[in-house]
Design a protein around this ligand. Structure first.
Ligand SMILES: *[C@@H]1O[C@H](CO)[C@@H](O)[C@H](O)[C@H]1NC(C)=O
Ligand SMILES: *[C@@H]1O[C@H](CO)[C@@H](O)[C@H](O)[C@H]1NC(C)=O
Ligand SMILES: *[C@@H]1O[C@H](CO)[C@@H](O)[C@H](O)[C@H]1NC(C)=O
Length: 281
């Protein structure tokens, strides 16, 4: 009997240590939501609240409204997944996507907390930025191991250049920057994103030439740089875009001849070079 009760005590101690609201894990991090909720590293949960608050406004109190954001109080536009028994944010959609989504404040800020959500696979902003804000630069490497899709759509207040460190998003398969107020040249670093399948940069104020590096995106299916102010001729390296299905460079100031290398693109089904100064190849 002594052996039995000794074993029982150990079981009770183990159970008590699992029930606590905040316990310390093997790596010393605090967990939230243990006991009914979806367990999350506290830093992840606080980073989520603060990142969202930066976009939707100070009035939005995440810990009050959504105490268990990956469990029984889901936030519209946020998806989570389990890694090693803990929940992390994998998808974040900000802006007026539908009626009850996270609408943005008149003045938004990118808080550094956003870049602590380093399990994010998909990040999207729709009709969010009204007052002028540039895309921050220097932090995007934090998402290099996770982010597969990045989208900024119809954000007229989103200004400035594409940060060169977008080029560190090695897992990115889709980069969509449609109808924002972005300017400047297209950074060569985008050519490092060799997993890209979709690159859509239409309807901004991008200028300058298209770099040779863009021809290294051999998995690209869709390349749409239409409705910008790009100039110069098409890079000869475009013959390397062997997977391409759709090429839209319309409404720019591109010139010269269509390079014969474009003929290598056997799967190309749509090519629009209209409203440029390009002559037939
Ligand atoms: C949210 O509300 C809680 C309690 O109501 C408060 O302690 C906390 O400081 C608030 N957080 C923010 C970011 O306003
Ligand atoms: C992209 O690749 C070039 C050449 O390898 C390298 O110099 C550059 O630092 C890379 N850019 C990024 C953002 O990783
Ligand atoms: C072209 O399309 C065919 C049929 O969908 C596919 O099997 C092939 O891999 C594609 N070629 C390239 C280079 O992507």
């Amino acid at each position: 009997m002594m052996v039995f009760s000794g074993g029982f005590v150990i079981v009770v101690i183990v159970m008590l240590s699992l029930i606590g609201k905040c316990i310390n894990g093997e790596n010393g991090e605090e967990y939230e939501g243990v006991g009914g909720g979806a367990p999350m590293v506290k830093m992840e949960q606080e980073a989520l609240y603060s990142a969202i608050q930066g976009f939707v406004g100070e009035w939005w109190n995440g810990s009050d409204l959504y105490p268990d954001p990956c469990g029984w109080t889901p936030i519209q536009g946020v998806s989570c997944d389990v890694f090693d028994g803990l929940w992390y944010v994998t998808e974040l959609n900000i802006g007026s996507i539908d009626d009850n989504s996270l609408a943005c404040a008149p003045r938004v800020e990118f808080r550094p907390h956003l870049f602590r959500l380093n399990h994010l696979k998909s990040l999207a902003f729709f009709s969010c930025f009204v007052a002028p804000v540039p895309i921050p630069s220097g932090n995007w490497g934090a998402f290099s191991g996770s982010l597969e899709s990045l989208e900024f759509r119809s954000n007229h207040g989103l200004i400035g250049n594409i940060p060169p460190d977008f080029g560190r998003l090695q897992k990115l398969q889709s980069l969509v920057l449609i109808e924002n107020g972005l300017l400047g040249g297209l950074p060569d670093d985008i050519g490092n994103l060799t997993r890209l399948k979709r690159l859509v940069l239409s309807g901004n104020g991008f200028a300058g030439e298209i770099g040779d590096s863009y021809g290294h995106l051999s998995e690209l299916l869709i390349l749409d740089l239409s409705r910008n102010s790009l100039c110069g001729s098409l890079p000869l390296t475009f013959g390397g875009l062997t997977s391409l299905l759709k090429l839209d460079l319309s409404e720019n100031q591109l010139e010269g001849k269509i390079p014969s290398e474009i003929g290598n693109l056997k799967n190309l089904t749509l090519m629009d070079l209209s409203k440029n100064k390009i002559s037939g190849g």
